[in-house]
Structure formats: C-alpha cells, structure tokens
Design a protein around this ligand. Sequence first.
Ligand code: BTN
Length: 333
Amino acid sequence: MKTKILQMLRQGNHYISGQELCESLGVSRTAVWKAIKQLKEAGYEIDSVQNRGYRLVSTPDVLSQSEIESRLNTKWMGHPVYYFNEIDSTNIEAKRIAESMEGIEISGAVVVADMQTSGRGRRGRNWNSPRGSGIFFTVLLKPDITPANAPMLTLVKALATAKGIAETTGLTPYIKWPNDIVINGKKVVGILTEMSVQVDYINYIVVGTGINVHQMEFPEEIAKTATSLDLELKQTYKDFSISRAQLLGNILEKFEYYYEIYLETQDVSTFMEEYNALLVNCNRKVRVLDPLGEFEGTALGINSKGELLVERKDGIVKVSSGEVSVRGIYGYI
Ligand code: BTN
C-alpha cells in the first residue's frame, strides 16, 4: 500500500485527498493515515492539510521495498524485488532464491540490499558495501541462450548502468571492458556475473552490480582507483542529491530494454556502436590478463559477440570476457 501511496503522491505536485487515496486503494481512511504516518517516520516529508489532503514535499534517500517499487517503470524486471536491510551478498541470496524456487518462474527477480556483510568482487576479492552508501543489487535471469553467449550479459548490464547513471545524474560515465564503470578515470561500478550451467543449458544467471553512491572515502587498498557518484557530483553540481531508488529504477528499465534486444539477436550487434562510444579502453594500450598468458596491445572496441578486439604486431586478437580482465599499461585504465 505504501508503494501505491508514494506513486500517487508523486503523480502530480499537488494535494491528494484522503478520500481519493482510500477509494483508489480500496482501504479505510485509518489505514491510509497509518501508512502516511509510517512514511513520515521513515523520513518522507508529507504535508497534510485539512480538507485538501496530502502532498509529498521531499523524499529521503532510503532504499526500501516500497521506495524501490514506487520508482519501477519496468514490464517484468524487478517483479518481484527482494529487499534486505542487510545481507551477506545479494549474489549469494539470488542463488539461494534460484535454488529454492525450482520450476517457478523467477527470471527478472531483483535482490537489493542497503548493506552487504560479504560483498563479493571478481577474482575472489571483496566488495566494500557499507550501509546507506551504495546500491548493491543482483538480477536473477533464466535466459534461453547457449552458455557460450552468457558472458555478453555483463556488457549488456554495463551499458544499461552507464546509461542509467548518465541520465539520472548528468555525469559522463565510461565502460572499462568488460565489467567496470569509471568516471574521471576512477571505478564507480563493478559487475559480477555468475551462472549455474549444465553442459549446454543455463539453469540461471545472477548479474550483481555494486554502485558507489555516497562514499566520501574508501579503504586504503582501493582509495587511489575508486570514486563515488557523490564525489564526482560535488565537483560539478554542488546541490544535486541522488535518490538511489530512482537510479536503480532507471538502470533496471534500461537493462530490461537492452536485455530483450540481446535475447532476440543472441549478441550485442544492435547496440555495439553505443557501447563502443562509451568504451574507455578504445584506442588505448592495454594489458590483457588472460589466465592462459598475459599480453599487450591496443584496444580497438568490441565486436558483435562482445569480444574486445586487441591489435598486436602479429594481428588482431579477439578477447572473450569470461575470465579475462584488462588493465591500462600505465595504470588502472
Ligand atoms: C568487481 O569486482 O568489480 C565486481 C563487484 C560486484 C559487486 C556486486 S555488489 C552486488 C553484488 N553482490 C555481490 O556480492 N557482489 C555484487
């Protein structure tokens, strides 16, 4: 009910009468009054005026079930949202949900947490996930594709996330192939895609994303390479404040859009150019950290299969994202 009330209050910047809310929701005036009281306690500033009704004055940056749901504009992604105040890892929880829901349609479920106690990064690293500071979320998917095409999902997610951040904040994020988003040369987003497969069949895939939003400082080991949206915004728009739920809603909407195209074509050909325009590695010297042997070359962009084309003296090599990372030869980019 709180989700619906928030949606109605946001529809116009005017007062909505208690009567209108009761009728739309099919509940009593007391129930509406109680829900409004709970929203106020959670930090929403709601003006209530006799004979006029309620008006939403300001929204705190809370990540809650109703705040997230009230910002969702998707057809199927984020239905349902599993919200946790605190969880070990949203990727682990998404896998638990997938395992426990055998046979039930859960593709598109999104697990979100305000804090992770064991946030996981790539290559066995941790993901710094303090309370109230970021967006930590995982989308659970069951795509009908061959396992070989699955690594492209990370690229689809990165493109949607970069577009969502740009639209919501006005910042200019770039993608560091295959799974990071950077702003002004520093990492602001990491993506961890994990899957459960049989030989030629995908049981499910979890695509986890960590976005640094409000952090003002980072642990020493990442302090030089990490940034947050607030840190970047402070330099440009001093008074802009980010609603994490709004940003999440925008990203999910874009992910749903690009994901549907990707499912249809089974590749990234339709938005390859859009991706390459945001690729920070383009025309830069990179070191490819391939477990089968590291090498250097110049990154040219991705092809329709999401492989990074790297030019070496002996020709152009296609690098597939699975287990590979790239670094700039002079530093992180
Ligand atoms: C990376 O190493 O860059 C990937 C980081 C991925 C972090 C996100 S936070 C939400 C989801 N849950 C996790 O435990 N990890 C991912």
